[in-house]
Design a binder for this molecule. Structure first.
Ligand SMILES: [Fe+2]
Length: 469
């Protein structure tokens, strides 16, 4: 009996088909049915790629099993992204508008916290020697001095230097973050502007909150960096994941969020073609569209781009163009990166995570293996990519789409090919894993990815389950 089942499985795999776990269990139990289905399959030229219990019973002409009333999940919208709204101008000074917008949005957040006393514009603060004031500004410089740190902050009215002793500088600000600083304005000496002796730094941060939950009993699977088209794409792990989606255990999975780099792309790095299986960008997306056809129909997929995808690399990235979108069926939805989504009433901030590279260089404790502190810092500064002029390419948009206006219930990134899940002030923080094995570049850098991990978040209970495929 076991041998017959094994033979049947290899007969199926020769034809590129798989059994779902419940169909497997069923055939293991029912020896007669196994015999029948083997005969049917060998004489049947058309076999579905994934055979679930109903397919098996259908093929042997058995209709005892009532077809599960398939739910179709579609309670999803994009609350904010750049798609169709890009107003980027390619002028040198065009980042001014982005900065002003960032400043305005985040100073409103900082004022709303109600913790900064006696807030003054920098122009006004300079004239208030001896007073204790707060200013809100963008960090334009941080340097270590003999006795502590000197930081420069700018607002639309001017620039001021703030000195922090080593004891008072508990956490260093990053360049281009918008912060509130509180301290005493120094006496004027000669012709030089006074400085502030800093006491405290306040970040916009997200408040402590409880996660919004869905009324519907539904889960979202978070995945990223599929890299279809690469020689190192892990097809077997992917197939195990798709098989699992057909199982009873996964019946509440109603959505899949794909956080970018869905294909490997072309010309992303030198000599990439040596590591590609599919050399044509459209064929890479076509292959992905084929793979998605095997995902159960009830599941709504939302896809955002990453730095390997076929859209502008500068962030915020818009959703794919129509020529790519048209390759997919209607069950796939497209959004930009970043995108604030709402799924079943739960707010999900999805961002590919390209800026994690910048955090690795400047923030202690952040690595490719564990980017969680970078994600938490993004929530704390409420900017997804604070540092201009670093590795993350940014577009000079009139609005700063990298600012986190709304507090997300779930924040997901990908990009670094590791898997982490944590919580920060009530927000679930996920770095979704990859479906690509170690690349040459990663091997050179001694980095071991953690592929084939799926974060399954039960939106009704607010729980995260880690599944490994
Ligand atoms: Fe990436």
């Amino acid at each position: 009996m076991q041998d017959a089942l094994r033979e049947f499985l290899s007969q199926l795999s020769e034809r590129g088909a798989l059994l779902t776990p419940d169909a497997f269990d069923y055939l293991k139990r029912e020896g007669d049915e196994l015999k029948k289905i083997r005969e049917v399959i060998s004489s049947n030229p058309k076999v579905p790629k994934i055979l679930d219990m109903e397919d098996v019973q259908g093929l042997i002409g058995k209709n005892v099993m009532k077809k599960r009333v398939e739910r179709k999940f579609d309670n999803i919208k994009v609350l904010r992204d750049v798609t169709g709204k890009s107003k980027a101008v390619a002028k040198v000074d065009s980042f001014v508008a982005t900065f002003v917008d960032r400043y305005n949005r985040l100073s409103t957040v900082l004022k709303g916290k109600g913790v900064l006393k006696n807030i003054k514009s920098i122009e006004r603060a300079i004239k208030l020697s001896g007073d204790e004031v707060s200013v809100i500004g963008m960090v334009s410089d941080v340097r270590e001095t003999r006795k502590g740190y000197m930081i420069s902050v700018e607002d639309p009215t001017g620039t001021i230097e703030v000195f922090f002793s080593r004891q008072k500088m508990r956490e260093k600000p990053l360049l281009d973050e918008v912060i509130g600083v509180y301290g005493k304005v120094s006496e004027k000496k000669g012709g030089r502007n006074p400085i502030i002796f800093g006491e405290n730094i306040v970040w916009p941060d997200i408040p402590n909150h409880s996660m919004n939950l869905s009324e519907e009993d539904v889960s979202v699977a978070f995945i990223s960096d599929i890299h279809v088209g690469s020689k190192t794409f892990l097809e077997d792990s992917w197939n195990r994941f798709v098989r699992w989606l057909h199982s009873d255990e996964a019946e509440n999975v109603g959505y899949i969020v794909m956080a970018g780099d869905v294909v490997d792309g072309i010309g992303v790095y030198p000599d990439q073609e040596e590591e590609l299986d599919i050399l044509d960008i459209y064929q890479q997306y076509e292959r992905l569209a084929e793979m998605i056809k095997d995902i159960p129909d009830r599941i709504k997929i939302v896809m955002i781009p990453g730095n390997h995808d076929f859209v502008r690399p500068a962030e915020p990235q818009p959703a794919f163009d129509d020529d790519i979108k048209s390759l997919f069926s209607g069950d796939v939805m497209f959004a930009g990166s970043p995108a604030m989504l709402e799924i079943e009433g739960v707010k999900i901030l999805a961002y590919h995570g390209t800026s994690i590279n910048d955090f690795i260089s400047v923030l202690p404790g952040v690595s490719y293996e564990d980017p969680s502190l970078a994600l938490i810092r993004m929530l704390k500064s409420r900017i997804l990519a604070p540092i201009y002029g670093a590795k993350t390419p940014l577009a000079p948009e009139k609005e700063d789409y990298m600012v986190i206006d709304d507090v997300p219930d779930i924040f997901v990134t990908g990009h670094v090919h590791s898997f982490v899940a944590s919580r920060y002030k009530g927000t679930m923080v996920i770095n979704a894993s990859t479906w690509q094995a170690q690349t040459k570049y990663q091997k050179l850098n001694n980095f071991k990815p953690d592929p084939g991990v799926v974060a399954v978040v039960d939106l009704h209970r607010g729980e995260l389950h880690e599944k490994r495929f």
